[in-house]
Design a protein around this ligand. Structure first.
Ligand SMILES: Nc1nc2c(c(=O)[nH]1)N[C@@H](CN(C=O)c1ccc(C(=O)N[C@@H](CCC(=O)O)C(=O)O)cc1)CN2
Length: 307
């Protein structure tokens, strides 16, 4: 019988995130026992976006499971920017709250940048405040955005030392693409950020030992864009119609990544699935950042959560 071509091994973000949440829970319990500080996370959601409602509920439940304080502020989509800024000012001043997250996207009438920059940078567990962006760029300790942080944790777990590897990131968002590039530069990778105007994107992707797809286009990256044996991190979460035409006609959807998984799995060495890859790590890293913020608020060095 002819040998079957090797298929990529799956990077199990669900299992990885569960282990990380357990480590955060244990570290948070130690912090409370030794310093009397229970890490507290406030999540603010404005409006009724159905996906955001689910993510926010999961954040609250996971925070509570980890033995940490969880406050969720649900505001109507008629909330004004001034009202939202007033809530953030109150949370900045609340000593029992160490992490503040404003769920994105915000309604169109609110200036997201102004809201994110109103959060105390030391409580900015999303790492989106311009001060934390700057800290990451110059290599100072700060808050690192959760999705890139989770992606880097999985990469280091899989590959160990990343230095000298070619990394291509498809997508240049402030939330994923740019911070991911900074993190991989910090690991001494050779980093290229690709975007909609990049010439011959498939050829560029084929140079990547590490390919990070964060472009928000369903299954855009095909199998023949991938270097055999490469590690593929798929950050995309796209809803497309169900494969079953009857269910599709009823409006049923399924979630796919930015990578054509069926093709990529035949070429890559390792790959994150969607769902069950990067997504669950985003919430686990949020808890890790909240724990870190709580430690820093009392001048304690956080425990290493990688072991
Ligand atoms: N303030 C923020 N807003 C948003 C962020 C963020 O990091 N900070 N990221 C996304 C949404 N998000 C967390 O907020 C998030 C998205 C997806 C998942 C996840 O676990 N996805 C599952 C699939 C879920 C599904 O079926 O829909 C998976 O990939 O397995 C967690 C968190 C935008 N907003």
């Amino acid at each position: 019988m002819a040998d079957e071509p090797a298929r990529a091994s799956l990077i199990d973000g669900k299992a990885f995130s569960q282990t990380l949440v357990e480590r955060v829970a244990a570290a948070a319990a130690r912090l409370e026992a030794t310093h009397g500080v229970k890490p507290g996370l406030a999540v603010v959601i404005v409006g009724e976006d159905p996906a955001s409602q689910i993510y926010v509920r999961n954040k609250g439940e996971t925070t509570q499971k980890a033995g940490m304080r969880s406050d969720t502020h649900r505001l109507p989509d008629t909330t004004t920017q001034e009202e939202l800024l007033a809530l953030i000012a109150a949370l900045n001043a609340d000593a029992g709250i160490h992490g503040i997250l404003v769920q994105l996207p915000l309604p169109k009438h609110i200036d997201s940048a102004a809201v994110l920059d109103a959060i105390d940078p030391d409580k900015d567990v999303d790492g989106f405040h311009v001060v934390n962006v700057g800290r990451l760029a110059v290599g100072l300790p700060g808050m690192i955005p959760c999705t890139p942080l989770g992606s880097l944790m999985m990469l280091k777990d899989q590959l160990g030392d990343l230095s000298g590897l070619n990394a291509v990131i498809v997508g240049r968002s402030n939330i994923v693409g740019k911070p991911m590039a900074q993190l991989l530069l910090g690991e001494s990778c050779t980093v290229t950020i690709a975007h909609s105007r990049t010439r011959d994107l498939p050829a560029l992707c084929r140079t990547a030992d590490i390919l990070v797809a964060a472009v928000g286009r369903p299954e855009m990256i095909k199998g023949d864009w991938i270097k055999p044996g490469a590690t593929v991190i798929d950050v995309g979460i796209n809803r497309v119609p169900s494969k079953d035409p009857v269910k599709a006609a009823e409006g049923k959807t399924r979630v796919v990544g930015d990578v054509d998984f069926a093709e990529a799995v035949e070429v890559a060495g390792r790959i994150t699935p969607v769902p069950g890859g990067v997504g669950p790590m985003t919430i686990a890293c949020l808890l890790a950042n909240t724990y870190t913020a709580a430690c820093r608020s009392v001048g304690v060095t956080p425990d290493d959560l990688n072991s």
